[in-house]
Design a protein around this ligand. Structure first.
Ligand SMILES: *Cc1c(COP(=O)(O)O)cnc(C)c1O
Length: 410
């Protein structure tokens, strides 16, 4: 008899996007002629840039020859890509990493979900709330989160991020955390963290011997030069932080799959006897056993975004999305809605009017304006009373959606 990992049975079915789809489908059945615009799901819409396409064509041609064929690649990823990462993402900001501290991944979701498996099951984790669901769910799967009561896991420290605290979570004094997940620019709130605030987290981790898992999937959307794009801009972070990057939102790789994870050699975790083990050693061993890399073609595609043409082309697409964000902020605010984010991130986090619940507002806007948003409560208890809009649509659809919201709100 094969026994089930019962922790899986404790998972709360996070049917957020399935629930949304169900409600949208119900609406479409009743209103077959209505043309619904989705500003809900966080997938990109614009095609890959020409430099990436060209690199993929070239890599495909190479693979068609005996000399150019690439089979299993190096476990940590090809050096050409890791070198480009060091030279473009880190050195210009004064961050010196060793090439062996970079692990190429097949997207940040896998690694943000998998990293926790090298840690003992009874570490306490802390998360900002609302939050990208992967961090908690991956910990639930290994039995680290306790039980689910009143919308919260008993062994998880939730740090509310709301308009009232300026989306700046305060560090709880009464509960210890061993592992902290931070995501900036934030999904879903679209807010960012200042160097000064980030320094507080690094200092907390150093002082309390905690680990920070820092998700930088949206760093390319930061426009304000004062906002840190990497946690390693903070002194001491090399000793306590792992950082996750993804080309999904940076360069439209959601369907192509590639990113990277930084595990500095100085980050260590403890045994019960007090011995310190480099996390790098554990992660490297784990990857060599369970992971065979992003494909050669994906890695060549990723390297192409670091060429002068590639850089300029992906920036154009990012600017395109950020124009949507600016339009959305301007129109929604002119209608009297309270909006956050959208300045250094492709998400707008909007407070629902008059204390309407997230789901109620979602339905009202679906039926009234035929526009889909994401109910904030789907990202955690502190998301109640908010909805998320994405800037990843086309200009035309975004404008049309805003026109409809305008008419509906009046
Ligand atoms: C989209 C996203 C990612 C990236 O996921 P990929 O697996 O790289 O496509 C990571 N973290 C957050 C918070 C995201 O929203």
């Amino acid at each position: 008899m094969a026994l089930v990992n019962t922790h899986f049975l404790n998972l709360q079915n996070n049917y957020l996007f399935a629930d949304i789809a169900k409600k949208v489908n119900a609406f479409k059945v009743m209103h077959p002629k209505a043309d619904v615009i989705s500003l809900g799901i966080g997938d990109v819409t614009q095609p890959l840039c020409p430099a990436v396409i060209e690199a993929m064509h070239q890599a495909t041609e190479e693979m068609a020859t005996a000399e150019g064929f690439h089979g299993y690649g190096p476990e940590q990823g090809y050096e050409f890509l890791r070198k480009a990462i060091l030279e473009n993402d880190f050195l210009p900001r004064g961050i010196h990493l060793d090439i062996n501290e970079i692990f190429i991944n097949d997207g940040a979701k896998s690694d943000t979900g998998n990293i926790q498996e090298v840690l003992h099951w009874d570490n306490f984790i802390g998360v900002t709330d609302p939050i990208y669901p992967v961090y908690i769910d991956s910990n639930v799967m290994i039995g680290r989160c306790g039980t689910f009561e009143d919308g919260r896991w008993t062994n998880v420290v939730y740090m509310p991020c709301t308009a009232e605290n300026g989306f700046t979570p305060s560090i709880p004094k009464d509960r210890h955390m061993d592992v902290i997940y931070l995501c900036y620019p934030n999904n879903p709130t679209g807010t960012v963290i200042s160097k000064q605030e980030l320094r507080k987290w690094v200092n907390y981790a150093l002082k309390n011997d905690a680990l920070i898992f820092y998700d930088a999937a949206y760093q390319a959307y930061i426009r304000d030069p004062e906002i840190p794009r990497s946690i390693y801009e903070i002194r001491g972070a090399r000793k306590c932080a792992v950082e996750f990057h993804s080309y999904s939102k940076t360069a439209g790789f959601t369907g192509l799959r590639c990113g990277f994870t930084v595990v500095p050699k100085e980050v260590t975790v403890a045994t019960f006897e007090g011995e310190r083990i480099p996390l790098h050693q554990l992660w490297s061993r784990r990857q060599c056993t369970k992971f065979n890399g992003a494909s050669y073609i994906s890695q060549r595609a990723a390297a192409a975004i670091y060429t002068p043409e590639g850089k300029q082309q992906i920036q154009q697409t990012i600017d395109y999305y950020m124009q949507n964000a600016a339009r959305m902020l301007s129109v929604l605010r002119s209608l009297g809605y309270e909006c956050y984010g959208g300045e250094n991130a492709p998400y707008i986090w909007m407070r629902t009017p008059d204390g309407t619940s997230s789901w109620q507002f979602f339905e009202q806007m679906l039926y009234g304006a035929n526009v889909v948003c994401t109910p904030g409560v789907g990202f955690g208890p502190s998301g109640e009373g908010y909805v998320r809009f994405t800037a990843f649509g086309s200009h035309e659809k975004t404008e049309e959606a805003l026109e409809r919201i305008k008419k509906w709100s009046k």
